[in-house]
Write a protein that binds this ligand. Structure first.
Ligand code: SF4
Length: 153
């Protein structure tokens, strides 16, 4: 499982500071994809367990969530890494372009973002989006967290 980028992010999971890993090998080929460098599974470098655990240790108490941008195509590895995050008291999130992922992955997640990128419909901050941000503990859609506040003055 190769990752292209590691970032600390604040927007993708509202209210959380996330350790974000962008995993390469996405096969969805959404038209208008902003991250085509994620299509080739050979891009980036392997996310080694040793390095991953070091990052979890390093950011424990600062970051609160581990976020994978893709990676569901490495099912067993992703489950293992999400489980390790949980064991270290991190919440977990997956951004996928699929409509859903196997139950064994869902079981390891606090949140999931589902749905392909469709330029005309936009992302989670667009009320017309096809994408869903789901809080899995209650199985409810929380897209409202991404909508910009309306100004009425
Ligand atoms: S799921 Fe994301 S990375 Fe994959 S093709 Fe669609 S927009 Fe690009």
């Amino acid at each position: 499982m190769n990752y292209y980028q590691f970032d600390i992010t604040f927007q993708e999971v509202p209210g959380e500071i996330s350790l974000c890993f962008s995993i390469t090998g996405c096969k969805l080929q959404c038209k208008g994809c902003h991250s085509t460098y994620l299509w080739n599974a050979n891009n980036g470098k392997p996310l080694l367990k040793k390095n991953y655990l070091e990052l979890l240790k390093q950011y424990k108490g600062y970051a609160s969530c581990v976020l994978f941008m893709g990676g569901e195509w490495h099912k067993e590895k992703l489950i293992e890494y999400l489980s390790l995050a949980k064991q270290n008291n991190f919440k977990t999130c997956l951004y996928t372009g699929e409509e859903t992922v196997p139950k064994a992955i869902l079981n390891e997640l606090t949140w999931i973002k589902t749905g392909k990128w469709i330029t005309a419909k936009g992302g989670l901050d667009n009320p017309d989006t096809n994408q869903k941000f789901i809080y899995l503990r209650t199985n409810t859609i929380h897209n409202h967290l991404f909508l910009k506040k309306q100004h009425h003055d």
